[in-house]
Design a protein around this ligand. Structure first.
Ligand SMILES: [Zn+2]
Length: 345
């Protein structure tokens, strides 16, 4: 089969590799129907060292089950399924807590010997805990929206849930990438009436307004902070959903969070050190939370509104490519000409 591999910064290519096979009795083999490129795939795209054998890419996909191991119970051959980007057994201590990204018997796609989702097929470990059946046909127009349940919608929702967004909380979303826009949609879903989106790409912030943002702040840094404070009577917002991952975004979050508020981070931090003392978190009684989203915990909750068309998170896909063109998708997302690239098979 064909699969995308990264061989170094800026170097993504299609390789021909053996078809995946069942290895454990809890595995399923999925023929991929839709996949996509993630903003987090751009981090290695910027700084990965050269690798002759390459690393598999992609962790967002939906597809049809071709084969299952002897212990798989909740899905069967022929089912159209979506996978959470972290595979998990669904039964351990942490899965039962709704924290599947910490599963004792889980892991991540495109890592640790498990293939990537930017491929014609994939072996899914822990199929029962990882896969969710989608009650639609393989050619459904809902597929792009359903694919967002694999990562970006669930990740935006995690940001909002961890921040305890409700109708009574004001919200700042930092970042107008797909996850930031999904955080806007999620805050709206949880009832927030005031959602300030910080982003400077008009096409994206326009989509953010469609998803529920009430204000857009294009300025960044001190200027952006001043603008948010001005919009909130000088106080800042109760919650800040940080969907970027760079230190500058963290500093921006500190600047716009209201005393007693919550900063919830879902952008993968590209830094290990940042202020936590009196002048930042402590003095304002601010809670810092967030992490890799256990999207599997949210799929059942988010699925009905996607199926009914109540929400249309698939609008984040503004480019559709074939697997052979995957390098085009990376380049377009990297130079910001595409928000998110959908791969059709
Ligand atoms: Zn588990």
């Amino acid at each position: 089969m064909k699969a995308a591999f990264m061989y170094g910064a800026g170097d993504v290519r299609i390789a021909t590799v053996p078809d995946p096979e069942i290895r454990e009795s809890t595995d399923a083999i999925v023929r991929i129907v839709r996949a996509c490129v993630c903003g987090s795939d751009l981090h290695p795209y910027h700084d990965m060292g050269e690798s002759a054998e390459g690393v598999p890419m992609g962790h967002e996909f939906l597809g049809v089950i071709e084969d299952i191991g002897s212990d798989v119970r909740t899905v069967k051959k022929g089912d159209l399924v979506v996978a959470a980007f972290a595979w998990a057994d669904g039964t351990c201590e942490f899965c039962l807590d709704g924290l599947q990204t910490s599963c004792l018997h889980g892991g991540f796609f495109a890592a640790g010997g498990v293939g990537g989702g930017q491929a014609e097929a994939i072996r899914v470990p822990q199929a029962d805990g990882t896969l969710v059946v989608l009650p639609v046909a393989e050619d459904s127009e809902l597929l792009p929206s359903l694919l967002t349940l694999a990562d970006v919608y669930g990740t935006g929702y995690h940001a909002a849930k961890q921040a305890r967004v409700t109708a009574r909380t004001t919200v700042t979303v930092i970042g107008d990438g797909a996850v930031g826009l999904m955080a806007v949609l999620s805050a709206k879903r949880l009832g927030a009436e005031r959602i300030i989106l910080m982003g400077r790409h008009t096409a994206r912030t326009d989509l953010g307004i469609r998803f529920g943002a009430t204000d857009v702040v294009a300025e960044r840094g001190e200027e952006g902070i001043a603008k948010v404070l001005e919009l909130t009577g000088g106080y800042g917002t109760h919650t800040v959903l940080e969907a970027v991952g760079y230190r500058a975004a963290y500093d921006q979050a500190l600047g716009v969070v209201r005393p007693g508020g919550v900063i919830s981070r879902v952008g993968v931090p590209q830094y290990e050190e940042a202020p936590v003392g009196f002048g930042s978190l402590f003095g304002k009684n601010v809670t810092l939370t967030g992490g890799p989203a256990p999207v599997r915990a949210y799929i059942d909750e988010l699925l009905p509104d996607v199926l009914s068309g109540q929400v249309n998170p698939g609008l984040v896909f503004d480019q559709t490519i074939g697997l052979d063109e995957v390098a085009v998708g990376y380049a377009a997302m990297d130079d910001r000409t595409a928000l998110k690239s959908l791969i059709r098979f």
